[in-house]
Design a protein around this ligand. Structure first.
Ligand code: PLP
Length: 234
Protein backbone atom coordinates (compact mmCIF):
# COMPACT_ATOMS: atom_id res chain seq x y z
CA UNK A 1 0.00 0.00 0.00
CA UNK A 2 2.76 2.44 1.00
CA UNK A 3 4.50 1.52 -2.21
CA UNK A 4 1.40 2.35 -4.25
CA UNK A 5 0.94 5.70 -2.54
CA UNK A 6 4.58 6.64 -3.14
CA UNK A 7 3.93 5.72 -6.75
CA UNK A 8 0.83 7.90 -6.84
CA UNK A 9 2.72 10.89 -5.46
CA UNK A 10 5.49 10.39 -8.02
CA UNK A 11 2.99 10.12 -10.88
CA UNK A 12 1.15 13.27 -9.79
CA UNK A 13 4.44 15.14 -9.59
CA UNK A 14 5.37 13.86 -13.06
CA UNK A 15 2.06 15.09 -14.51
CA UNK A 16 2.58 18.51 -12.94
CA UNK A 17 6.09 18.56 -14.43
CA UNK A 18 4.74 17.56 -17.86
CA UNK A 19 2.16 20.37 -17.74
CA UNK A 20 4.84 22.88 -16.71
CA UNK A 21 7.20 21.69 -19.46
CA UNK A 22 4.49 21.88 -22.13
CA UNK A 23 3.45 25.33 -20.96
CA UNK A 24 7.06 26.54 -21.10
CA UNK A 25 7.57 25.11 -24.61
CA UNK A 26 4.47 26.90 -25.87
CA UNK A 27 4.97 30.23 -24.10
CA UNK A 28 2.18 29.84 -21.61
CA UNK A 29 2.25 30.33 -17.83
CA UNK A 30 2.03 26.93 -16.13
CA UNK A 31 -0.41 28.44 -13.64
CA UNK A 32 -2.89 28.94 -16.51
CA UNK A 33 -3.37 25.17 -16.78
CA UNK A 34 -5.25 23.44 -13.95
CA UNK A 35 -5.16 19.70 -13.40
CA UNK A 36 -8.41 17.76 -13.12
CA UNK A 37 -7.54 14.31 -11.74
CA UNK A 38 -9.90 11.83 -13.42
CA UNK A 39 -10.62 9.34 -10.66
CA UNK A 40 -13.25 7.10 -12.29
CA UNK A 41 -12.92 3.48 -11.11
CA UNK A 42 -10.43 4.53 -8.40
CA UNK A 43 -11.38 3.82 -4.77
CA UNK A 44 -12.02 6.62 -2.28
CA UNK A 45 -8.76 5.78 -0.46
CA UNK A 46 -6.77 6.56 -3.59
CA UNK A 47 -8.55 9.90 -4.00
CA UNK A 48 -7.82 10.66 -0.36
CA UNK A 49 -4.13 9.94 -0.95
CA UNK A 50 -4.08 12.22 -4.01
CA UNK A 51 -5.86 14.93 -2.00
CA UNK A 52 -3.14 14.69 0.64
CA UNK A 53 -0.67 16.00 -1.95
CA UNK A 54 -2.84 19.09 -2.52
CA UNK A 55 -4.91 17.86 -5.47
CA UNK A 56 -8.43 19.32 -5.10
CA UNK A 57 -10.19 18.85 -8.45
CA UNK A 58 -11.48 15.37 -9.30
CA UNK A 59 -13.38 14.23 -12.37
CA UNK A 60 -15.90 11.38 -12.36
CA UNK A 61 -17.86 9.66 -15.16
CA UNK A 62 -20.22 7.28 -13.41
CA UNK A 63 -22.87 8.83 -11.20
CA UNK A 64 -23.53 6.10 -8.61
CA UNK A 65 -19.84 5.42 -8.15
CA UNK A 66 -19.13 9.14 -7.77
CA UNK A 67 -21.90 9.73 -5.22
CA UNK A 68 -20.62 6.87 -3.03
CA UNK A 69 -17.08 8.25 -3.06
CA UNK A 70 -18.27 11.80 -2.35
CA UNK A 71 -20.12 10.54 0.72
CA UNK A 72 -16.98 8.75 1.93
CA UNK A 73 -14.80 11.81 1.36
CA UNK A 74 -17.20 14.41 2.74
CA UNK A 75 -14.63 15.55 5.30
CA UNK A 76 -12.33 16.84 2.53
CA UNK A 77 -12.72 20.12 0.65
CA UNK A 78 -12.74 18.73 -2.90
CA UNK A 79 -14.14 20.14 -6.14
CA UNK A 80 -16.07 17.49 -8.09
CA UNK A 81 -16.46 17.62 -11.86
CA UNK A 82 -18.90 15.42 -13.76
CA UNK A 83 -17.29 14.57 -17.13
CA UNK A 84 -19.21 11.52 -18.39
CA UNK A 85 -22.23 11.15 -20.64
CA UNK A 86 -25.33 12.37 -18.84
CA UNK A 87 -28.90 11.13 -19.34
CA UNK A 88 -31.58 13.72 -18.78
CA UNK A 89 -33.33 11.57 -16.13
CA UNK A 90 -30.09 11.58 -14.06
CA UNK A 91 -29.51 15.31 -13.84
CA UNK A 92 -30.82 15.94 -10.32
CA UNK A 93 -28.00 14.30 -8.33
CA UNK A 94 -25.48 15.97 -10.62
CA UNK A 95 -27.07 19.39 -10.01
CA UNK A 96 -27.10 18.71 -6.26
CA UNK A 97 -23.60 17.31 -5.74
CA UNK A 98 -21.15 18.57 -8.35
CA UNK A 99 -19.40 21.93 -8.83
CA UNK A 100 -18.88 21.47 -12.58
CA UNK A 101 -20.36 19.52 -15.50
CA UNK A 102 -18.21 19.21 -18.65
CA UNK A 103 -20.54 17.09 -20.76
CA UNK A 104 -23.55 19.30 -21.50
CA UNK A 105 -24.37 18.90 -25.19
CA UNK A 106 -28.06 19.79 -25.49
CA UNK A 107 -30.39 22.43 -24.13
CA UNK A 108 -32.73 20.01 -22.38
CA UNK A 109 -29.90 18.81 -20.11
CA UNK A 110 -28.88 22.37 -19.30
CA UNK A 111 -32.46 23.43 -18.52
CA UNK A 112 -32.90 20.52 -16.14
CA UNK A 113 -29.56 21.17 -14.41
CA UNK A 114 -30.46 24.84 -13.96
CA UNK A 115 -33.94 24.06 -12.61
CA UNK A 116 -32.54 21.44 -10.22
CA UNK A 117 -29.52 23.35 -8.91
CA UNK A 118 -30.22 23.99 -5.20
CA UNK A 119 -30.65 27.66 -4.31
CA UNK A 120 -28.17 27.32 -1.42
CA UNK A 121 -25.33 26.43 -3.79
CA UNK A 122 -23.50 28.75 -6.19
CA UNK A 123 -24.44 28.38 -9.87
CA UNK A 124 -23.28 25.13 -11.47
CA UNK A 125 -20.22 25.63 -13.70
CA UNK A 126 -20.84 24.19 -17.14
CA UNK A 127 -18.77 23.39 -20.22
CA UNK A 128 -20.43 22.50 -23.51
CA UNK A 129 -19.08 19.29 -25.00
CA UNK A 130 -18.31 19.64 -28.70
CA UNK A 131 -17.95 16.64 -31.03
CA UNK A 132 -14.85 18.26 -32.46
CA UNK A 133 -13.78 15.34 -34.67
CA UNK A 134 -17.39 14.92 -35.93
CA UNK A 135 -17.45 11.22 -35.02
CA UNK A 136 -20.85 9.64 -35.60
CA UNK A 137 -20.66 7.58 -32.40
CA UNK A 138 -19.60 10.38 -30.03
CA UNK A 139 -21.43 12.72 -27.68
CA UNK A 140 -21.17 16.44 -28.11
CA UNK A 141 -22.90 19.10 -30.14
CA UNK A 142 -21.64 20.03 -33.59
CA UNK A 143 -19.70 23.22 -34.24
CA UNK A 144 -22.71 24.38 -36.26
CA UNK A 145 -25.07 23.92 -33.30
CA UNK A 146 -22.70 25.49 -30.80
CA UNK A 147 -23.43 29.25 -31.07
CA UNK A 148 -27.19 28.93 -30.48
CA UNK A 149 -26.70 26.35 -27.72
CA UNK A 150 -24.12 28.54 -25.98
CA UNK A 151 -26.38 31.59 -26.06
CA UNK A 152 -29.30 29.62 -24.63
CA UNK A 153 -27.23 27.96 -21.88
CA UNK A 154 -25.57 31.24 -20.91
CA UNK A 155 -29.05 32.67 -20.25
CA UNK A 156 -30.05 29.99 -17.72
CA UNK A 157 -30.18 31.44 -14.19
CA UNK A 158 -28.60 28.68 -12.11
CA UNK A 159 -25.78 27.76 -14.50
CA UNK A 160 -22.55 29.58 -15.22
CA UNK A 161 -21.35 28.78 -18.71
CA UNK A 162 -17.56 28.58 -18.40
CA UNK A 163 -16.33 27.13 -21.70
CA UNK A 164 -15.95 24.16 -23.99
CA UNK A 165 -14.87 20.54 -23.65
CA UNK A 166 -13.87 18.01 -26.30
CA UNK A 167 -12.50 14.48 -26.62
CA UNK A 168 -10.91 14.34 -30.08
CA UNK A 169 -10.45 11.14 -32.06
CA UNK A 170 -7.06 9.57 -31.25
CA UNK A 171 -4.23 10.90 -33.43
CA UNK A 172 -0.48 10.33 -33.67
CA UNK A 173 2.02 13.13 -33.26
CA UNK A 174 1.88 16.63 -31.86
CA UNK A 175 0.81 18.43 -35.03
CA UNK A 176 -2.05 16.02 -35.77
CA UNK A 177 -3.20 16.15 -32.17
CA UNK A 178 -3.17 19.95 -32.12
CA UNK A 179 -5.65 20.39 -34.97
CA UNK A 180 -8.93 19.53 -33.18
CA UNK A 181 -7.82 21.45 -30.08
CA UNK A 182 -7.13 24.46 -32.30
CA UNK A 183 -10.66 24.23 -33.71
CA UNK A 184 -12.07 24.15 -30.17
CA UNK A 185 -10.01 27.18 -29.13
CA UNK A 186 -11.15 29.08 -32.22
CA UNK A 187 -14.76 28.22 -31.44
CA UNK A 188 -14.32 29.62 -27.93
CA UNK A 189 -12.72 32.79 -29.31
CA UNK A 190 -15.65 33.26 -31.70
CA UNK A 191 -18.17 32.89 -28.88
CA UNK A 192 -16.28 35.46 -26.82
CA UNK A 193 -16.09 37.82 -29.80
CA UNK A 194 -19.88 37.48 -30.01
CA UNK A 195 -20.24 38.68 -26.42
CA UNK A 196 -19.94 35.62 -24.17
CA UNK A 197 -17.33 35.54 -21.41
CA UNK A 198 -15.89 32.04 -21.44
CA UNK A 199 -12.64 31.28 -19.63
CA UNK A 200 -12.32 27.48 -19.81
CA UNK A 201 -10.99 25.08 -22.43
CA UNK A 202 -11.37 21.58 -20.96
CA UNK A 203 -9.14 19.56 -23.26
CA UNK A 204 -6.18 17.19 -23.08
CA UNK A 205 -5.90 13.77 -21.46
CA UNK A 206 -2.96 11.49 -20.61
CA UNK A 207 -2.00 10.88 -24.25
CA UNK A 208 -2.46 14.33 -25.77
CA UNK A 209 -1.61 16.67 -22.93
CA UNK A 210 1.09 18.68 -24.67
CA UNK A 211 -1.00 19.29 -27.80
CA UNK A 212 -3.88 20.57 -25.65
CA UNK A 213 -1.64 22.85 -23.59
CA UNK A 214 -0.07 24.16 -26.82
CA UNK A 215 -3.54 25.15 -28.06
CA UNK A 216 -4.65 26.87 -24.89
CA UNK A 217 -6.12 24.25 -22.55
CA UNK A 218 -6.98 25.75 -19.17
CA UNK A 219 -8.12 22.47 -17.58
CA UNK A 220 -6.56 19.12 -18.54
CA UNK A 221 -8.40 15.93 -17.57
CA UNK A 222 -5.82 13.30 -16.67
CA UNK A 223 -6.58 9.80 -15.41
CA UNK A 224 -4.24 6.95 -16.28
CA UNK A 225 -1.05 9.04 -16.16
CA UNK A 226 -1.84 9.68 -12.49
CA UNK A 227 -3.57 6.52 -11.33
CA UNK A 228 -2.23 3.91 -13.74
CA UNK A 229 -4.16 1.87 -16.29
CA UNK A 230 -7.82 1.38 -15.39
CA UNK A 231 -9.37 -2.06 -15.12
CA UNK A 232 -11.75 -2.69 -18.01
CA UNK A 233 -15.24 -1.74 -16.88
CA UNK A 234 -17.93 -4.44 -17.23
C1 PLP B 1 -11.43 8.83 -18.65
C2 PLP B 1 -11.50 10.23 -19.14
C3 PLP B 1 -10.38 11.08 -19.11
C4 PLP B 1 -9.01 10.64 -18.65
O1 PLP B 1 -8.43 9.82 -19.62
P1 PLP B 1 -6.92 9.25 -19.45
O2 PLP B 1 -6.58 8.81 -20.82
O3 PLP B 1 -6.99 8.17 -18.46
O4 PLP B 1 -6.09 10.40 -19.01
C5 PLP B 1 -10.55 12.39 -19.51
N1 PLP B 1 -11.74 12.86 -19.94
C6 PLP B 1 -12.83 12.08 -20.01
C7 PLP B 1 -14.12 12.66 -20.48
C8 PLP B 1 -12.75 10.74 -19.61
O5 PLP B 1 -13.84 9.98 -19.68
Amino acid sequence: MTHNLDNLHARLAAVHAAIAAAAARHQRPAAAVALLAVSKTQPAATIRAAAATGQRRFGENYLQEALAKMAELGDLDLEWHFIGPLQSNKTRPVAEHFAWVHSVDRLKLAERLSAQRPAALPPLNVCLQVNISAEASKSGCSLAELPALARAVAALPRLRLRGLMAIPAPAEGLEQQRQPFRRLREALEQLNAAGLQLDTLSMGMSDDLEAAVAEGATLVRVGSAIFGARPVRQ
